[in-house]
Design a protein around this ligand. Structure first.
Ligand code: ADP
Ligand code: MG
Length: 251
């Protein structure tokens, strides 16, 4: 069963020193599913994404992406003793988009998109450029491929960041509050791109405060509080009739 899942989390705990940030997270996300995670600030949403992407190493528990046990070295049978290159290969199963887009300022939009494919995946530059242009077209930026980040709006920069993540061909996309740093009038264009991506069948976990988006596009809604999943379910049902008083209070 968990082999079929795009993401399978079993008993995830994360400590920062004595602070218990994730307290036993179990979560299964099917291929093609759009999972939206909500919850108050400090509830562990970013930490969870960072554990899935191996920016952070879990203190306990198992993270599987499309059946691959993250951090596990098949050659020596040990967890968390992977070579940096092997970790990098596993990390590429997920693509991460952050609140702050963090584009390389000295590179054009296209340059940002092809950097990973060329430098990390060693894809020939001409091939990467052609694919990169397709990806920029897909996020509505075909005409702006040669612009530098400071010549783009926040919404355009975030769409470049999404194209950059897609260029590495991840199995799962992770979005950590991708519209929180944007001016309100730019939120819609980024959500539309994420919506198109969802419609194309991309598996994703999206941390957001956009409840309307969760209701409309989400297949699976997760409410986190104090390092636990308090409640999860179908977005419409859960938003209309939350079972937990903690979810009710948050909404
Ligand atoms: P959220 O994204 O839901 O706002 P976070 O995952 O960022 O929450 O943080 C959860 C808790 O873990 C917070 O109390 C935060 O201060 C703490 N935390 C996150 N990262 C670190 C870290 N690197 N070191 C120490 N504490 C951290
Ligand atoms: Mg966060």
């Amino acid at each position: 069963m968990s082999d079929q899942a795009a993401v399978s989390l079993e008993g995830i705990h994360k400590f920062f020193g004595n602070f218990h940030a994730l307290r036993g997270i179990d979560l299964t996300i099917a291929k093609g599913e759009v999972c939206v995670a909500i919850g108050p600030s400090g509830s562990g949403k970013s930490t969870l994404l960072r554990c899935i992407n191996q920016i952070e190493v879990v203190s306990a528990g198992r993270v599987r992406i499309c059946g691959t046990l993250q951090g596990y070295d098949e050659r020596n049978g040990r967890l968390h003793e992977l070579s940096p290159r092997a970790i990098d290969r596993q990390r590429r199963l997920t693509g991460m988009v952050f609140q702050r887009f963090n584009l390389f300022p000295h590179m054009t939009a296209l340059g940002n998109v092809i950097e990973g494919p060329v430098q990390v995946k060693r894809i020939p530059k001409a091939t990467a450029r052609s694919h990169g242009r397709d990806l920029l077209a897909r996020v509505g930026l075909a005409d702006l491929a040669d612009r530098y980040p400071n010549q783009l709006s926040g919404g355009q920069q975030q769409r470049v960041a999404i194209a950059r993540a897609l260029a590495m061909e991840p199995e799962v996309m992770l979005f950590d509050e991708p519209t929180s740093a944007l001016d309100p009038e730019l939120v819609g264009e980024v959500l539309d791109v994420i919506k198109d991506l969802a419609a194309s069948g991309m598996t994703m976990i999206l941390v957001t405060h956009e409840i309307g988006f969760a209701r409309e596009v989400g297949d699976h809604l997760v409410f986190m509080d104090q390092g636990t999943i308090v409640e999860e379910g179908r977005p419409k049902q859960m938003l209309e009739a939350p079972k937990s008083t903690r979810t009710q209070a948050f909404l």
